[in-house]
Ligand binder design. Structure first.
Ligand SMILES: NC(=O)c1ccc[n+]([C@@H]2O[C@H](COP(=O)([O-])OP(=O)(O)OC[C@H]3O[C@@H](n4cnc5c(N)ncnc54)[C@H](OP(=O)(O)O)[C@@H]3O)[C@@H](O)[C@H]2O)c1
Length: 284
């Protein structure tokens, strides 16, 4: 049995779908079981459980051999991952596939609090005695680019504070594909960190013509100054933790730290990631 934590979210729902398509036994741990049941379909088991309530976890972990571990960005993230790792150990799980932050952001001295939490949770997983696979995905196309398309359609401007930097954006479907590979190939995936990126790094100059084609009008790329970005983020993101994370992440992006292209996705799954051009073509 494979237990999916975060199975109602962006990556997790795709992991559940891909595992179900392979007819593998899947269980989703969910705070809202009814919503998870509706999403996952009749062939997927759903177990009630909340990572903030460790007492709710043993029943969900019973009989589980592998765990997909994904938590959402919050000040509770590290504690939630530690609770899941402890529950996995207690239940005799053999392999845990954990989603971390990107390679540049995940470090004990990371400028982002989310990156520091992931680094601590990675260390806890490595020290647990469980077999592990860590996925370090780059910036998601669905998160970093999708919200910009409407603005580009309405105003003809693509606003992204990248300066001259490039980013190796990744499609969330490809992250799920890597996770499913690791869950279904525990021996070759064991004790490995996979850095997951798209097949190329793009900057504003490359993105503008692709977005123009997708939205059907000429689009001018604009990199707003960080002072303006701070003001916009201050207005849009109420939670101070998420605000700090977002600003630090943009700082890393702008410094070119998310530009490296990794071969890990193709080397493990046999197929490179989707390009931004292909991903945008579906949204035109
Ligand atoms: N955005 C990026 O570009 C990026 C890049 C690299 C890495 N990441 C990492 O990717 C992860 C986010 O992935 P995502 O976008 O797929 O997440 P997401 O869509 O926000 O999904 C989060 C999932 O966690 C579940 N959850 C939240 N609190 C829970 C709790 N207390 N107990 C059990 N389940 C709980 C949610 O369930 P409910 O349905 O109950 O809410 C949901 O299924 C983060 O760890 C982030 O650091 C993000």
């Amino acid at each position: 049995m494979i237990l999916v934590i975060g199975g109602t979210g962006r990556i997790g729902s795709r992991v559940v779908q891909q595992l179900a398509d392979l007819r593998l036994p899947v269980r989703v741990l969910a705070r809202r079981p009814e919503a998870a049941r509706a999403l996952a379909g009749p062939t997927v088991e759903v177990a009630a459980g909340d990572l903030d309530q460790p007492g709710s976890l043993p029943a969900a972990f019973a009989g589980v051999s592998s765990v997909f571990l994904l938590t959402t960005q919050s000040p509770r993230q590290e504690a939630q991952e530690r609770a899941a790792i402890a529950a996995a150990r207690a239940a005799g799980v053999s392999h845990v596939v954990k989603v971390s932050a990107g390679d540049a952001a995940t470090a004990p001295n990371s400028p982002t609090p989310v990156g520091r939490a992931h680094a601590a949770a990675e260390a806890a997983l490595k020290a647990s005695g469980l077999s592990w696979t860590i996925l370090r995905p780059s910036a998601f196309m669905q998160v970093a680019l999708e919200p910009l398309l409407e603005g580009a359609r309405d105003s003809g401007r693509l606003l992204l504070p990248l300066g001259a930097a490039k980013v190796a954006f990744i499609d969330v479907d490809d992250i799920a594909r890597a996770a499913v590979w690791a869950l279904t190939h525990p021996a070759p995936a064991s004790d490995r960190t996979l850095v997951l990126t798209g097949p190329e790094a793009l900057g504003l100059q490359e993105l503008a013509p692709l977005v123009s084609r997708a939205v059907g009008r000429p689009v001018k790329a604009v990199s707003p100054p960080m002072l303006l970005v701070r003001m916009i983020i201050g207005r849009r993101i109420a939670d101070p933790f998420l605000r700090r994370h977002q600003l630090a992440l943009l700082g890393l992006m702008r410094a070119g730290r998310l530009a490296a292209v990794s071969p890990d996705l193709a080397l493990t799954t046999g197929q490179a990631g989707r390009s931004v051009a292909d991903w945008l073509a579906d949204r035109s």
